[in-house]
Design a protein around this ligand. Structure first.
Ligand SMILES: [Zn+2]
Length: 491
């Protein structure tokens, strides 16, 4: 077990955890948001981030501090906590982002890690190579090799009780991301950023982002705290968390505010376009859109940044509550409706249902079937696997209707889309207590038919009849030959 990270509660791939940051003497509850602080200009002061917004951890860039002489001298003399006036944990980035933007930086991993340690950082970062998406495989492999060498260098740098992150790269090659995850996990480093996903998010490629994270997670152990590096829009936090990300950093709250952009969990709005403020944070309850527009540039930026932060932290709290309540996937289904590309992300997530199923709790509150995508949730997959292990009598009536039908069958089981058949004794156990719409859909019926198939395949000796409520012929065609069909809706 990694000593710095402990899981408290899980739901699908999402988890509530505790990240112990020894150098700061604090424990950060995850999922956590790290606001990004530019040491040269702060829109919202770090002290205010802690006191008004409850920020337990923030991130700043050690490369900028290193390269700005007066700030560097002050950081060395006073330490980062004094410099920024922040009581929580401080993570520092290394300049890899600058490397990806400007192509070159002039520090080594040893130098920047020693510098981060010297200025009192609580979580330091080596200089990895953030390989962009879609590059040639050879380049992705070469750069990953360099990143891995630097992680090995980082292991040997004396950083005391500063935690050190081990970025996971590999561009858009799932096998490289998985390999990178496995390599990083085998080091004695502490926190695992999935790197270079910003270009994917900027291009709304949430499907590719999910594939990248899923691959990295397969390589990393369950006890590895995972940072989705550069992901700061609250719209996509639920999707990141459900895949198993624990830390997010937001520069977006300030950058968007500078640009008169207003964050919501359903996407970004231009202040110029808003006639109402769909939020109940202190900024939005004390201003109208016109009030905000009439402020000076500096005041408007600060108010918008404060709103953006309120929305961002609220979404993190909402996600934690959803994990506690066991309805994170329901929240993800709602969020996926914010944008068609988010729906692509959610559908891609369901391609990884088997991976999520391995960590999803066996029992939760209630399963709500709220979209046809619900038919592909990990719980449905698990039920189908379970069907292959259930014993059946010689003859079995599977029915959406009444349990008995004369003496023709030894036993009668319930059928409930999207799960399919199950013994009545299981009716009160999760997920079979699901709330499903009375007007079912094709995806749920197809999943139920798949359940019947699994049962019949593993019990070829059993005579099976299915009592269904008018399933379409295309769905019935999926059932194995030999299953007797009884349409309960027929007169
Ligand atoms: Zn607001």
């Amino acid at each position: 077990m990694r000593e710095c990270f402990e899981l408290r509660e899980t739901d699908a791939g999402g988890r509530i955890g505790e990240l112990t940051v020894p150098r700061a003497g604090v424990t950060v509850e995850t999922p956590a948001l790290l606001p990004v602080i530019n040491p040269n200009l702060d829109t919202i002061s770090p002290r205010r981030l802690a006191e008004e917004f409850g920020a337990e951890i923030l991130i700043t860039n050690s490369y900028i501090i290193h390269g700005t002489e007066d700030v560097r001298e002050q950081a060395i003399a006073e330490g980062l906590h004094e410099l920024l006036d922040f009581p929580g944990a401080i993570m520092t980035d290394s300049g890899s982002f600058q490397l990806s933007e400007y192509g070159d930086i002039d520090v080594t991993t040893e130098e920047i890690l020693e510098f981060q340690h010297e200025i009192g950082s609580d979580i330091g970062t080596p200089v990895d190579i953030p390989t962009p998406p879609d590059v040639a495989r050879e380049r992705a492999e070469d750069e990953l090799g360099t990143t891995q060498e630097r992680l090995e260098v980082a292991e040997d740098v004396d950083t005391g009780d500063m935690l050190v992150s081990a970025p996971v790269q590999g561009s858009t090659y799932p096998d490289l991301r998985e390999e990178a995850g496995r390599h990083a996990d085998a080091t004695d480093l502490d926190v695992f950023p999935v790197g270079a996903v910003v270009p994917l998010m900027n291009d709304y490629r949430y499907d590719d982002m999910i594939d990248v994270v899923a691959a990295a997670k397969r390589g990393l152990g369950a006890d590895a705290p995972v940072h989705l590096f550069g992901a700061g829009h609250p719209m996509m936090f639920a999707l990141g968390v459900v895949m198993g990300c624990d830390l997010f950093d937001s520069a977006a709250y300030a950058l968007y505010a500078r640009d008169d952009r207003y964050l919501t969990v359903r996407g970004t709005r231009q202040l110029a376009d808003l006639e109402y403020l769909p939020c109940s944070c202190p900024v939005c309850t004390s201003h109208s859109p016109d009030d905000l527009r009439s402020l000076s540039d500096r005041d408007r930026e600060e108010e918008l940044a404060a709103h953006n932060l309120h929305v961002t932290f609220a979404e993190i709290r909402r996600i934690k509550q959803a994990i506690r309540a066991g309805n994170l996937l329901e929240l993800v289904e709602q969020r996926a409706r914010a944008h068609p590309t988010m729906l692509d992300g959610y559908r891609t997530l369901l391609d990884h249902a088997a991976q999520l199923e391995q960590v999803d709790p066996v029992s939760k509150g209630a399963f709500f079937y709220t979209s046809h995508e619900s038919a592909r949730r990990p719980e449905v997959l698990r039920h189908h696997r379970r069907l292959a292990r259930l014993e059946t009598p010689d003859s079995l009536f599977l029915t959406e209707g009444e349990p008995v039908r004369g003496d023709d069958f030894d036993c009668s089981w319930r059928v409930e889309p999207p799960f399919g058949p199950f013994p009545r004794a299981l009716s009160k156990s999760y997920p079979l207590t699901a709330e499903v719409p009375a007007r079912t859909d094709r995806a749920a019926l197809e999943a139920a038919a798949e359940g019947v198939c699994r049962l019949v395949e593993t019990n070829p000796e059993t005579d099976v009849a299915l009592g269904h409520r008018g399933w379409p012929s295309e769905v019935l065609a999926r059932l194995p030959d030999g299953v007797e069909l009884i349409d309960l809706t027929a007169a």
